[in-house]
Design a protein around this ligand. Structure first.
Ligand code: NAD
Length: 437
């Protein structure tokens, strides 16, 4: 089977590589010439566990190719996926300019039947717009070519993207013809040989499923953050509360971890976009608006705990940060809590020293030398007046506290992900604060 994937970012590169791993011939297309040149030279543009080796092997074996020219492969493929970015517009809606650009190029250059699948996260109605753009271009050319559009939202998690794609909980595909359904079944069958978990739906429902799923997960996080903040006020321990409610099978134990806010390329923008879609349809998503507000506040919580501790006298303090990426196992810092925290610390006159196992270059690209970049996690805490834990990377979970405390000015730890044991920290002589306790 031959397919093309347009947009070679987190989703496009992972999807393309995993399809190639199953024997599909995949052409990954991107407008970013440097990205494609690097990929052709074996340089992988993102950090994602297991991805490097799989890209290199499938490229070497001829199943995975890279180009900047979408038109060069359109005659040889049956399915074209669009996995380009859909960043938030100024008003929070999803900006569809890249998705529609791809549709236009396809309409201008296709010469045979294609299924055009949107994998990007897009509002309900986008597939219809993609169809209209392609048809308009075909009409301009005066040709009649049959094609289908489909919606196949992606649920992979950065940091576990390969695993998620290779063994998905389910695959959602919105289709409007049997032919498209057959082709999509054929493509996904190898991933789900023993239990074919493809859910075929109509296209608007598939588009909505992705937003509803991310919004539900974001809601659980914000709800638990609200509960955690109340626990602090009333003397309860959110960890115990979490276990108590998570063992109820109606609730389940996933996504009940309080912390210093969610970030990343998906939850913040998808929650915003769904609120906007509702507004455009004359409806107000009241729950989601609250979810967003709680999260915005939560991103500042570590700063406010620190500021309270020092009674507002943060000027000149050296603050160490462990973790920059929005979550472990990725270098992605889009909407990361670290960016909000760093900004508040700098404005308060602190000197900020940071360390992250993989996101140091990304941080430098975003904020340059506004902070000091440590050589390793222990170097970060040298003469520090506090250590803030923002990302729960494994290497931060069991540090040598003796070394840390010797290096710090003050043994003060504020844990934004609740990974340390409060009693153990007390025994070590660390002043320890976390979320919801
Ligand atoms: N990152 C995730 O974890 C994740 C998970 C599920 C869904 N999504 C969704 O998938 C989509 C892509 O996300 P991402 O994180 O991979 O984005 P990304 O920014 O990492 O990658 C997008 C790529 O598309 C390229 N591009 C833009 N316009 C193009 C065009 N006209 N032709 C060819 N290439 C073009 C860009 O150069 C970029 O490399 C978004 O809608 C996102 O919401 C992302």
């Amino acid at each position: 089977m031959n397919i093309a994937i347009v947009g070679t970012g987190y989703v496009g590169l992972v999807s393309g590589t995993c399809f190639a791993e199953m024997g599909v011939n995949v052409t990954c297309v991107d407008v970013n010439e440097e990205k494609i040149k690097n990929l052709l030279n074996g340089k992988i543009p993102i950090y994602e566990p297991e991805l490097d080796e799989m890209v290199l092997r499938n490229h070497r074996e001829g199943r995975l190719n890279f180009t900047t020219d979408l038109t060069s492969c359109l005659d040889n493929v049956e399915i074209v996926f669009s996995a380009v970015g859909t960043p938030p517009d100024e008003d929070g809606s999803a900006d569809l300019k890249y998705v529609l650009e791809v549709a236009k190029t396809i309409g201008q250059n296709m010469n045979k039947y294609l299924v055009v699948v949107t994998k990007s996260t897009v509002p309900v109605g986008t597939a219809r717009r993609v169809r209209a753009v392609i048809q308009e271009e075909l009409d301009k050319r005066g040709v009649h070519i049959e094609f289908d559009v489909a919606s196949n939202p992606e649920f992979l998690k950065e940091g576990a993207a390969i695993k998620d794609f290779m063994s998905p909980d389910r695959v959602v595909v919105g289709v409007e013809s049997e032919k498209a359904q057959e082709l999509m079944s054929k493509l996904y069958r190898p991933f789900l040989l023993n239990n074919f978990r493809v859910i075929f739906t109509d296209i608007p429902s598939a588009e909505m499923i992705k937003y509803a799923a991310n919004s539900m997960l974001a809601t659980r996080i914000s709800f638990m953050n609200d509960i955690a903040n109340l626990c602090e006020l009333v003397g309860a321990d959110v960890n115990m509360v979490r276990k108590g409610i998570g063992s109820d099978s109606r609730i389940g134990n996933k996504f009940l971890y309080p912390g210093c806010g969610y970030g990343g390329s998906c939850f913040p923008k998808d929650v915003k976009a769904l609120i906007k879609t509702a507004e455009k349809n004359g409806y107000s998503m009241k729950v989601l608006k609250a979810v967003e507000e709680v999260n915005e506040n939560q991103k500042s919580i570590l700063f406010y705990k620190l500021n309270n501790y020092y009674g507002g006298a943060l000027q000149g303090k050296t603050i160490a940060l462990w973790g920059l990426a929005f979550k472990p196992e990725t270098d992605d810092m889009r909407e990361a809590t670290a960016l909000v925290t760093i900004d508040l610390l700098l404005k308060a006159g602190c000197k900020v020293r940071v360390y992250d196992p993989v996101a140091m270059d990304e941080c430098h690209r975003r904020i340059g030398n506004a902070v000091e970049y440590a050589a390793d996690m222990y170097d970060t805490v040298l003469n520090a007046d506090a250590l803030l834990l923002l990302t729960e990377w494994k290497q931060f979970r069991l540090p040598s506290w003796g070394v840390v405390m010797k290096a710090m000015n003050k043994p003060l730890v504020i844990d934004g992900r609740n990974i340390y044991d409060a009693q153990e920290m007390k025994n070590l002589g660390v002043e320890y604060y976390c979320i919801g306790k």
